[in-house]
Design a protein around this ligand. Structure first.
Ligand SMILES: [Mn+2]
Length: 384
């Protein structure tokens, strides 16, 4: 019943047929839009016919990842499809509201424990550019699905062609921006209307992936999409921005207190870096969740072109480096437009967007990981 074979439709600024793919009501180029929708119709027919649909997203999921996964699960569920989202653990606390209400019965946070793959179970990944961005436990199951569908907005990267069906457009500011016309199309065909539960999730994904509409990925289409979503949700959605950006746990403030004074400036202030050692978390009674927003704060220092944050992949209280024993450290990178931190992350097997990226570095000490990442940042800034 399910069709094997690669049916990728990429978006690209250079491809005329895609550049006007989803321009809301102003579709300048019908051919590109029709091609994309034809692919989507084919995919949704397959999903409807499938026994069940498993939705995965990337590791350390953000608002767009969880927003798009849960919005799609609810939408498919409404059309009578048994769709579930599988996560390897809970996402960070500020986006956990996306798992509530109508999504509650559709999301499983215990990795592959509840995952059952039948011969007609289709996998859909959202917001996941390449295979390695998936949690390892899900990566190993990809080959067991009769078909894999990818819906994404990242630029094509190495390891990105893991799906049988692909709907990718790098002009979408968020996967949620692309899901709005896709779900609208599906619902039109079924006589359904997008409601609050779906709209609030798509809004959350777009809000967070555009940094509250401040990043350069915010286009006219992004704002038209948001306008259509707010028509559905109503304007009483100020809480979404507050929950995502303003409210912080007490431990977060304590972590800021014990760490920010250790901030280092390099290249005359163009590069700012901060190393979050295990003991800072201990002193603040903080978790890695508390550090999630700090790299964006570093970019607020006037004169900064690039920011680097280094933290342990897991906190080890009382850690003492030992020669020859390595552990994992995570680097988070941000930069102003005109620079490319995705390339810096790529040097360490990571990646992301041009101005927002990350990677994991295996090293004996956090200082060693910091030095390695710093050297690549300096090269990127000096254009070496
Ligand atoms: Mn995204």
């Amino acid at each position: 019943m399910l069709l094997r074979g690669r049916f990728a439709v990429y978006g690209s600024r250079r491809e005329a047929c895609r550049s006007s793919g989803f321009r809301g009501k102003k579709m300048e180029n019908k051919t590109g839009c029709e091609r994309f929708f034809e692919q989507w119709d084919r995919v949704t027919d397959m999903l409807t016919a499938a026994g069940s649909v498993c939705i995965f997203t990337h590791t350390s999921p953000d608002g767009d990842a969880i927003g798009s996964a849960t919005a799609l699960a609810i939408a498919l569920h409404r059309t009578g499809v048994d769709a579930r989202v599988f996560l390897d653990g809970l996402p960070s606390y500020e986006i956990r509201y996306l798992l509530g209400d109508e999504a509650a019965g559709l999301v499983f946070t215990d990795g592959t424990k509840s995952l059952k793959i039948g011969k007609n179970t289709v996998c859909v990944t959202v917001d996941t550019a390449n295979r390695n961005r998936l949690d390892r436990c899900f990566l190993e199951t990809l080959g067991d699905f009769p078909a894999v569908v990818k819906i994404d907005h990242h630029l094509p990267t190495e390891g990105g062609d893991y799906a049988d069906f692909e709907l990718t457009d790098p002009e979408w500011a968020a996967t949620c921006e692309g899901l709005f016309p896709l779900i609208s199309r599906l619902f039109d065909r079924k006589g359904l209307k997008i409601d609050y539960a779906i709209a609030i999730r798509l809004y959350s994904g777009i809000l967070t992936d555009t940094g509250r509409f401040t990043y350069t990925n915010t286009t006219g289409n992004t704002l038209r999409t948001v306008a259509a979503l707010v028509d559905i949700t109503g304007s009483e959605i100020d809480w979404v921005a507050k929950v995502n950006y303003e409210y912080k746990a007490e431990s977060t403030f304590r972590l800021i207190g014990s760490s920010f004074e250790k901030m280092e400036m390099h290249l005359g202030g163009r590069l700012v870096s901060l190393v979050l050692k295990d003991e800072y978390f201990g002193q603040a009674r903080a978790t890695l969740d508390d550090a999630g927003f700090i790299v964006s704060e570093l970019m607020k220092v006037i004169g900064t072109d690039m920011a680097l944050l280094v933290k342990p992949a897991e906190i080890v209280p009382g850690f003492e480096p030992r020669s020859g024993v390595k552990r994992d450290f995570k680097i988070s990178l941000r930069c102003r437009p005109g620079f490319d931190v995705a390339a810096v992350g790529g040097k360490f097997g990571g990646g992301g967007h041009t101005c927002s990226a990350g990677a994991t570095i295996s090293a004996e000490s956090i200082e060693e990981a910091h030095a390695a990442a710093l050297a690549e940042c300096v090269k990127a800034l000096e254009g070496v």
